[in-house]
Structures are given as structure tokens and as C-alpha cells.
Design a protein around this ligand. Structure first.
Ligand SMILES: CC(C)(COP(=O)(O)OP(=O)(O)OC[C@H]1O[C@@H](n2cnc3c(N)ncnc32)[C@H](O)[C@@H]1OP(=O)(O)O)[C@@H](O)C(=O)NCCC(=O)NCCS
Length: 168
């Protein structure tokens, strides 16, 4: 049985393992470097997984096993808080193409709708990551613009594309 629910601090070990798998196996899909999250302390992980208005991470569980993650972030700054962002989407290889990422994205969108004052959800995808891009388009996101040379990994520059879903 697949279940999607908010993660909590006591999910830290499973979250850390899946997050590091994502960063190690798909380094160009994320701006975060593997070394950055590998270095997080227990206290930092605890904070990351403590649900708040600013950030909530959802997990997809197949029985006891965490197989997918996605986070909805809302900027604290007043003038930016009309926008929420989805970050850190990942589904482990054995569970792909079953609609799990779409379910996680929709759960994040529902959460965004529940937050007073949020008018849109944004996210970015590395140019060339067609599986992720198609997932987001299938969830209703619209392409906005490409930001060139957004991050550098192993001597190469990567472009990212911003996508947006208006809620109002
Ligand atoms: C991108 C990712 C999250 C998609 O997860 P998923 O659970 O397989 O996605 P879904 O099953 O919900 O797919 C939704 C739709 O997206 C499209 N899609 C997803 N993966 C695809 C692929 N490999 N090739 C083509 N289309 C794909 C399809 O339209 C799919 O619907 P369909 O299967 O009915 O045709 C997953 O492949 C992943 O974790 N990749 C590595 C890390 C990554 O790129 N993360 C995103 C960072 S922005």
C-alpha cells in the first residue's frame, strides 16, 4: 500500500538515506551538492523535517519503506510569500512511472492552496531533465523561462527552466 504523508523528525534516517541516494545518483538534477547534505548534522535534519508554514516535506511510503520525497517551501519574506516552491522531488528507481511523483506534486500543490495568501507554485528543472519536466507539465505547470548557467558541476555549467502553476 502506498501512502503519502508529511515526514517528521523521527523519519530522519530514512529521509537522509533517500535524499543522499537522489543527490548521488542524479547530481545534475539538483542544485544541492551531495557533500552539502551528507554533512548535515542530526540537529539540522531534525529542523528540516519539523513541519512549519515555511517548509513541509512529504514522503511516499511503500509499507515501511520511504520511496519518494518532495518538499513545499514558502518564503518567509513578506514580499515573496505569495509564492510557494516545490523542491527536492525524488522517486527511487524501482517505483518510477507509477504516478508517484505526480501524487507527491499534487500533495504539495494542495498544501500550497491551504496556505493563506499563496497565489502560485513555482519550481525549476535542469534543462535536459525531460522525465521531471514532463511530470510537472502533466501536473499543470506552465513553462516560464530559462536561466542560463545557473549552477556549475564538475566543470560544466547547467541551465535551469522555471515553471509556474497559478493557483488563482
Ligand atoms: C522525475 C521523477 C521524480 C519522476 O517520477 P515518477 O514517479 O516516475 O513520475 P510519474 O510516474 O508521476 O510520471 C508522471 C508523468 O511524467 C512523465 N514521465 C515521468 N518519467 C518519465 C520518463 N522517464 N520518460 C518520459 N516521461 C516521463 C510521463 O508523462 C508520466 O506519466 P505516464 O507515466 O502516465 O506517461 C523521477 O524520475 C526521479 O526521481 N528522477 C530522478 C531525480 C529527478 O530528476 N528529480 C526531479 C528534480 S527537478
Amino acid at each position: 500500500m502506498l501512502l503519502i504523508r508529511p515526514l517528521r523528525p523521527d523519519d530522519a534516517a530514512a529521509y537522509r538515506a533517500l535524499r543522499l541516494e537522489a543527490l548521488q545518483q542524479h547530481p545534475t538534477a539538483y542544485v544541492t551538492a551531495y557533500e552539502e547534505d551528507a554533512a548535515l548534522t542530526a540537529e539540522q535534519l531534525h529542523k528540516r523535517l519539523t513541519p512549519s508554514e515555511e517548509a513541509l516535506t512529504f514522503g511516499a511510503l511503500d509499507g515501511d519503506r520511504l520511496v519518494g520525497i518532495g518538499t513545499l517551501v514558502r518564503p518567509e519574506r513578506i514580499r515573496l510569500s505569495f509564492r510557494a516552491m516545490i523542491v527536492g522531488m525524488y522517486v527511487t528507481a524501482s517505483h518510477r512511472r507509477t504516478g508517484l511523483a505526480s501524487r507527491l506534486v499534487k500533495t504539495c500543490i494542495d498544501r500550497a492552496r491551504s496556505l493563506t495568501g499563496v497565489e502560485e507554485v513555482c519550481l525549476c528543472v535542469t534543462v535536459g531533465n525531460d522525465a521531471a519536466r514532463r511530470t510537472y507539465l502533466a501536473c499543470g505547470f506552465l513553462p516560464e523561462y530559462v536561466e542560463l548557467r545557473y549552477f556549475k558541476y564538475e566543470g560544466r555549467y547547467y541551465d535551469i527552466e522555471w515553471l509556474r502553476l497559478p493557483l488563482v
